[in-house]
Every structure is written in C-alpha cells, then in structure tokens.
Design a protein around this ligand. Sequence first.
Ligand code: CO
Ligand code: ZN
Length: 340
Amino acid sequence: MQTENIQELTRKFVESYGPSGAEDQIRDVIRAEVESLVDEVRVDALGNLITHKTGDEGGQRLLLAAHMDEIGVMVTYVDEKGFARFTPIGGINPLTCIGGRVMFASGVVGVIGVEQKRDNADKIPQINQLYLDVGGASRDDCPVQVGDAGVFVRPFAAQGSRWIAKAMDDRIGCAVLVAALQEMADQDSPHDLYVVFSVQEEVGLRGARTSAYGIDPDVAIAVDVTGTGDTPESRHMAVKLGAGPAVKIQDAGMIAHPMVRNLLVQRAEAAEIPYQLEVLTGGSTDAAAMQLTRAGVPAGCLSIPCRYIHSPSEMVDRRDVENGVRLLVEVLRQALSVES
Ligand code: CO
Ligand code: ZN
C-alpha cells in the first residue's frame, strides 16, 4: 500500500465540491478512480454511485458504503445590498463558520460574516445572525441565488502523520474504499461485492436507505469518521488519533450487529492490525439506515477517528487510514464467517 497514493486520493476527494443533494462533481471524481477496478458502475435515482464486483459463485452479498456528500450552507434569501442569508446543510457550528469562506458549485466564493449590532453580542451567534458576502452590490447583481449550495473552502494539509482538511467526513471513507478496491484489483475475493458512495448522509442517511434496499445485502458495513476524546477538556471517549481504525459498538443511531463487530475484531487481531473499540454518544452513520433495510441487515461500521468533525478543519491520522484499508482488505479476502 502506498501512502502517497492514499494521500493523493484523499486530497483530491476532500478538495472536491459536493454538499448533500448536489454530489455530481465529487461523484465524477470518484467514478473516474473506481471505474477500472469493478465490473459495473451505475447511479441510482437519488444519485448514489453504486459499484459492483462479482465474486465467486455463491459468495455472500457484501455492501460497503461511505458517503460522498459533505456539510455546507444553502442560500435562503438575498437582501437589497446583495448579502445572502443561509440555512445549514447538515450540522454546522456558528463558531467554526465566522471569518471562513464557502464556495458554490460555480466557483463563486463567499465570506461568512456576523451581524455586529446583534442583541446577544456577548453570546455565541445563531446561524440566522450570520450572512454571506459574495461581493455582490445588490440583489440583482448578486452572484448567488436562493437555493444555491456552498461548502467550506480549506486546502488539504499533511503534517507529520496528521491530515487536515474540510470534508474528511466522509471523503476519507471514500478514499479508504477506493484504496481497498485498488488493493483487491489482483486478488481473489469470495464476496459478491457492492461498494456504494452514498448521497445525502448528512441530512438523514437518505442515500444509504435506497441503495441498501436495492442491493438487498447479506451484510453491510459503513466506513465513516468518528469523534475522539483526545483533545483538551474533551468528552470522555476512548477513541484517539493514531491508535488504529475503530470498530463501532454503538452510536446514537444504531447498535452494531455482534457478527459484524466480531468479524472486524477477529480480522484485525489475526492480521495484527491495531484497532480501537468505539462507543459514540452523538451522531450516527449510513450503517443505521442499512441495518433497518427491508427485514433487517446485519450491519456495522469501521470508523476513522477524526478531530473537529463538522468544522472546516477536520483532522485524521494517516496510520489509522492505512490500517483501515488493511483491515477492509482482510475482510474482503475471506468469507464472512466468524468464530463464536
Ligand atoms: Co457528518
Ligand atoms: Zn459522516
């Protein structure tokens, strides 16, 4: 496995544009990387990129998913002077917005400002007290309009073993899946493998729901980020950067199926890949929607530990990313059975 390759994939993915509901640009970028690695690629009605790699006859249907959408802002109103108001796409925090920049599909950039004469000036501002300055002089002259969606602007940075960027959630999961497919290109796998790059996760796991229904998998695993407890005065959480990918036990939206959890743990231990156990008290992933598809699907999640999730500067550790790829490759090489 080549670090430079995964780093370049990650850089390319995080710097692409793709807020929930407008994933076409990032989808094209991912599609170009995976097309040669699988047997079939299609896009479903919601916009999910669904790839299929046929395995041995009789192999189980395994669904791996990472969401390609990212958080952002949507313009709700443009005033006479050309300043735009916005509503969040997914969870964004006013504290990490002010002074930042967003970029729209067209390439237009906006600065996020805050009302100076607001009532509660000594408190954290509300989203509706923020605005976008896109350089327009009037409503008619404004380069963005109601319904346009923007994403944070922030370049990728690599420093020591850390990688920092906007949209690590969940382009890092997309990069892990593509890197795993690359590793598997010349190896045998017993699985009937579906790798899905899902849409609209940040607004309610919507793409995962329809794609899992259509695929009807035997087992589903999401690859997404999870929070950490390793920053100053952080919440009590056992996960930290650099200690390995995390095997999810549960989060606010699901309890991982014991078979999937044990599968990930056993494959990690057998291959001597470092891993952590994750209990996340807030938030969830595509696995929650996949688990409740049809009559229910055994589902779990492989998480990449990430600091500052849903800020413009999300931070992961390269070693966790690489070990995440190694662990997925171990899963892909062998049948899904676990020792009890
Ligand atoms: Co998220
Ligand atoms: Zn995510």
